[in-house]
Design a protein around this ligand. Sequence first.
Ligand SMILES: *[C@@H]1O[C@H](CO)[C@@H](O)[C@H](O)[C@H]1NC(C)=O
Ligand SMILES: *[C@@H]1O[C@H](CO)[C@@H](O)[C@H](O)[C@H]1NC(C)=O
Ligand SMILES: *[C@@H]1O[C@H](CO)[C@@H](O)[C@H](O)[C@H]1NC(C)=O
Ligand SMILES: *[C@@H]1O[C@H](CO)[C@@H](O)[C@H](O)[C@H]1NC(C)=O
Length: 239
Amino acid sequence: MVLGLTLNLLFLFFIVQARAQEPQALEVNGAVGGVAFLNPRSPQDPSQYSQIHWRWENQVTIASWKRGQEPMYPKSRFLGRLELLDNHTLKMSDLSVGDSSEYRLYLEDDTGKESVQRVRLRVYDLVPKPHVGATTSGDAQQCNATLNCSVSLQGVTYEWIPLQNLPRNDGPVLSVSFNPAVETYVCRVSNPVSSNNASLTYRPPCSWTGESSSVTCATPSALVTLGHLVLLFLLLPVA
Ligand SMILES: *[C@@H]1O[C@H](CO)[C@@H](O)[C@H](O)[C@H]1NC(C)=O
Ligand SMILES: *[C@@H]1O[C@H](CO)[C@@H](O)[C@H](O)[C@H]1NC(C)=O
Ligand SMILES: *[C@@H]1O[C@H](CO)[C@@H](O)[C@H](O)[C@H]1NC(C)=O
Ligand SMILES: *[C@@H]1O[C@H](CO)[C@@H](O)[C@H](O)[C@H]1NC(C)=O
């Protein structure tokens, strides 16, 4: 009983040790349809290793190389999309979201000593053009509007940018242009690999026009129903 417990503790200790020694994975981002370079930690001398291989999810060998031989690409979902470069970087083409995963590079030197490096690949869709719309609740004196921006893609960040008020840092000189009659707001949607935008333009007394036909202008009574992507609430007093 006591021995069993001690062994268990020892076992646990080794697991913790192994975890602690595992190096941090390098992070690589790629875009759908694009190319990613899974880089070993540099700098390193590629010639010091006699054989190397890349594994997908630490199970399937997807590319391997032995000194004096051509790289080999075992049959896998990556077949035809991989190229092992001379410096052991793995070039992956025609990326899809499903390629997002952890990849490991196993390096073996002439003494048989093995080292492992981890690369975490994340593949993102390119951000499509956002749909923008304005909901007004104004009267003749004051035009209130809620601008709405959306794309059918998760994991993106939204920004509304008032074009007229963009600060221009040209040193000691500040140029400003001011046109109270027309104001344009740009919604920019971004993820780590791309961004896209669409704009809405305000015209007095209380109308909004967009670049595309996707713009909706409505005057609902219940502002309460406005959903999760309401980003800007504007107060635009009519001059
Ligand atoms: C290996 O070579 C490729 C192509 O020249 C380059 O993009 C990559 O950064 C290199 N990797 C390292 C670790 O130097
Ligand atoms: C516009 O917004 C202001 C501030 O929230 C509010 O006091 C006013 O009643 C609104 N006007 C209309 C017409 O909804
Ligand atoms: C909007 O996108 C265009 C290219 O489509 C780019 O030139 C412009 O700088 C973008 N505007 C903003 C505010 O991000
Ligand atoms: C914003 O626009 C999207 C798509 O155009 C729509 O589904 C959503 O209901 C709108 N939300 C608001 C608050 O108007």
